[in-house]
Design a protein around this ligand. Structure first.
Ligand SMILES: C[S@@+](CC[C@H](N)C(=O)[O-])C[C@H]1O[C@@H](n2cnc3c(N)ncnc32)[C@H](O)[C@@H]1O
Length: 244
């Protein structure tokens, strides 16, 4: 999508990210992440407004972040404890935090915000290079649902209440595995369009990216409650390990 760079998500969404982007899984996510992060220096790629990083810090985790958007970082900094988390401003496929980490994670489909396969591979390599031997890398991503597209397009209602309607319009390119979204939000104050380009990857392709970076697939769950990953799973949480 022309004109969309690593910092664009934050320019468009930082102001109301916390209100409009609640996946409803934060508590379970924090529980699982806190278990893996225990006693490990931990890094969140694309830390955003600290949705999970701040609760993790509150539980005593040593958490740091990399984030491309100054606007998202500013929102994190406004919150209680947000001033104490070290954050490196930059693109998660290339930016490096100092030292090495026992645990790195990248959640909420954000791997797919990198819209070229080579950048996704580079992101795995960058994460692997910051992991200590024996360290873990965790990804949360949706399982592509190509059945929703007809003639490579889709339009669906994402939210509807007395005064608000949010529609998701999408165009799919099966060659590049890119989906370009426009979210249309109608409120009494007016209409807003929020674009979002993504490049999806199948779980098995993600495993290959990990292997290219020298990481070994260890676990895959269908939810933050560690539900089994099955043919019906709509998302996966995948854990990779850097050999000792
Ligand atoms: C869906 S939000 C997820 C934020 C946070 N991890 C969470 O779970 O709430 C996506 C985040 O990725 C950031 N982002 C997008 N592309 C990025 C890139 N190339 N490098 C670093 N951060 C990026 C955005 O600015 C935004 O903060």
């Amino acid at each position: 999508m022309e004109g969309y760079g690593p910092e664009t998500f934050g320019q468009l969404n930082a102001a109301d990210y916390d209100r409009l982007h609640d996946p409803g899984t934060t508590e379970n996510a924090v529980n699982l992440l806190a278990e893996i992060a225990a006693n490990q220096r931990t890094l969140e790629l694309a830390i955003g407004t600290g949705r999970v990083a701040l609760p993790l810090a509150k539980r005593g985790c040593q958490i740091e972040g990399i984030e491309a958007s100054p606007g998202m970082i500013a929102k994190l900094r406004e919150k209680l404890g947000g001033g104490e988390i070290p954050i490196k401003l930059g693109d998660m496929s290339t930016a490096r935090a100092e030292g090495s980490f026992g645990f790195i994670f990248l959640i909420f489909n954000t791997l797919f915000n990198l819209t070229r396969q080579e950048d996704q591979i580079r992101c795995f390599q960058n994460a692997a290079s910051m992991l200590a031997p024996g360290g873990a890398f965790l990804i949360e991503a949706f399982v592509p649902d190509l059945g929703q597209f007809r003639n490579h397009t889709n339009l669906r209602t994402r939210h509807l209440d007395f005064s608000t309607l949010t529609l998701e319009a999408a165009v799919h390119d099966p060659v590049t595995q890119r989906i370009e979204y426009q979210y249309l939000r109608f409120t009494p104050e007016g209409t807003r369009m929020t674009p979002l380009p993504m490049r999806y990857a199948w779980p098995q392709e993600i495993d290959l990216m990990a292997r290219l970076a020298g990481l070994i697939p260890e676990s895959r769950w269908g939810g933050w409650d560690r539900a089994a990953f099955t043919a019906d799973s709509r998302m996966h949480i995948s854990l990779y390990r850097k050999p000792v």
